[in-house]
Design a protein around this ligand. Structure first.
Ligand code: PLP
Length: 433
């Protein structure tokens, strides 16, 4: 399996002293986002090669905090929402309905009012298309297709091909056309999104297949190619260069225009690309235990965080850089190998899974530390704060902080209180038990 060997990872945007300051001010664990990196990634996304215009939509499920939405709104990005609830959240953060595109697995019961206010919708299945047509005959609609090919960093993040339920299967095109015609719908957008962490070559190939779908609908004005741009979190992993994957796609759009006279606009929907390396979780090593001295034994670092903050290692065997810092704010000079685990009572709460096997434990080399020292989980911007196993073991939601341009640490979400965890519980009457 791909491995960087024993390369010790380094802090990305925090200094060792920053980590101590975060702990003193906000406690641990705390998510720290870096404003400069968020803005830098937004600038790169807006430079995506395009022939006839580009809209960049932030796939807000990657991290939906209002402060992050605000940074991207000010950077000129629009929104890709994955649920009706996300649409409400984006609107609360200042986006207009018509700046939001919804591609969802489930229409909420309040769906019609969102569409009335201008929300753009991609129908993601034939039954969604039928329901939309009944509600809004004659309206504009986007169609999300499964182009028959997928690619993701893991099976769980591959959302194209015959094993994926996302989008209208490309061979069901005649059925989709029939529904469109029957309700007088106007298909103005085609959408494909094949996975997170996609292979650039597969991504480019599906772009060509998506353009072919645009030929089938003369009313299409925009092609949305989704997100999925691969980002290396570990120092040995490669990131997709948007200029490299985008240039051939721009040429395909130009060729399409020469052939058809139609100048299609491009939309992309990055989540990971914008967020992945723009956040770190500062944790404390709250225990250190060892098992057998034999070859099968390990030294374990137990964090005051875990799958309640960063679920990706448990879910996908994702590799996140782990960097230790002494309690005094120094990088340790000695190195040691540890298995790093979270604070939940289950062995699946593991920060150092074997690559490709969430159940296999692997040792990682890092600066030698003891109880009370700090450990920083890097690469924790995308699908961490927004995708944790929240309140498992009744641990409260960790605070989120934004490191500003001048280094100021702005609190953007408070640590959850016990009262907030319990707020929706309703007491069972004594008489009932
Ligand atoms: C999740 C998602 C994205 C973003 O994917 P990333 O891998 O984070 O870039 C974009 N579009 C849709 C429809 C999605 O579901």
């Amino acid at each position: 399996m791909a491995s960087g060997g024993d390369d010790v990872e380094t802090l990305r945007f925090l200094t060792p002293k920053d980590c101590v300051a975060v702990k003193e001010k906000f406690g641990t664990p705390t998510y720290v986002y870096d404003l400069a990196r968020l803005q830098e990634q937004a600038t790169k996304a807006k430079a995506f090669p395009n022939a006839f215009g580009l809209t960049v939509r932030y796939a807000m499920k990657a991290s939906p905090n209002a402060a992050i939405l605000k940074v991207f709104r000010k950077a000129g990005l629009h929104i890709d929402a994955s649920s009706g609830y996300e649409v409400h959240r984006a609107v609360k953060a200042g986006f207009q309905y018509d700046q939001i595109s919804l591609s969802t697995q489930e229409f909420p019961d309040f769906f019609p009012e969102l569409v009335d206010k201008g929300l753009k919708v991609n129908a993601c299945s034939l039954s969604q298309l039928e329901a939309y047509g009944i509600m809004f005959p004659g309206a504009k609609v986007g169609l999300r297709f499964n182009p028959g090919l997928g690619s993701g960093g893991t099976g769980k993040t591959n959302v194209g091909g015959p094993s994926s339920s996302f989008g209208i299967w490309h061979e069901l095109l005649p059925e989709a056309k029939e529904i469109v015609e029957r309700h007088g719908l106007i298909v103005d957008r085609i959408h494909t999104h094949i996975g997170s962490g996609s292979d650039p070559a597969v991504w480019q190939k599906t772009s060509g297949m998506s353009l072919d779908l645009c030929r089938q609908f003369p009313t299409v004005e925009t092609l949305n190619l989704g997100g999925g741009y691969k980002v290396g979190r570990m120092s040995y992993e490669k990131s997709t260069d948007l200029q490299v994957v985008g240039s051939p796609v721009k040429e395909l759009f130009q060729k399409f225009a020469e052939e058809t006279g139609r100048e299609l606009k491009l939309e992309i929907e990055p989540g990971t690309f914008l967020l992945a390396n723009s956040c770190a979780v500062v944790c404390t090593v709250q225990d250190k235990v060892k098992t057998s001295d034999d070859a099968d034994g390990h030294v374990f670092l137990k964090l005051d965080a875990g799958m309640t903050e960063v679920l990706r290692p448990s879910l996908y065997a994702a590799q996140h850089p782990l960097v230790t810092v002494s309690a005094a704010g120094e990088l340790p000079k000695e190195h040691a190998s540890y298995v790093v685990v979270g604070h939940c009572c289950e062995s699946g709460d593991l920060m150092t899974p074997t690559p490709d096997d969430a159940e296999g434990i692997a040792e990682r080399t890092m600066g030698a530390v003891d109880i009370g020292d700090l450990l920083v989980v890097e690469g924790a911007g995308a699908y961490c704060a927004g995708m944790s196993s929240k309140n498992y073991n009744s641990f409260p939601e960790a605070p989120e902080v934004m490191k500003g341009a001048d280094g100021t640490m702005h609190l953007i979400r408070q640590k959850q209180t016990l009262e907030q965890i319990l707020v929706n519980e309703v007491e069972l009457p004594d008489a009932a038990c």
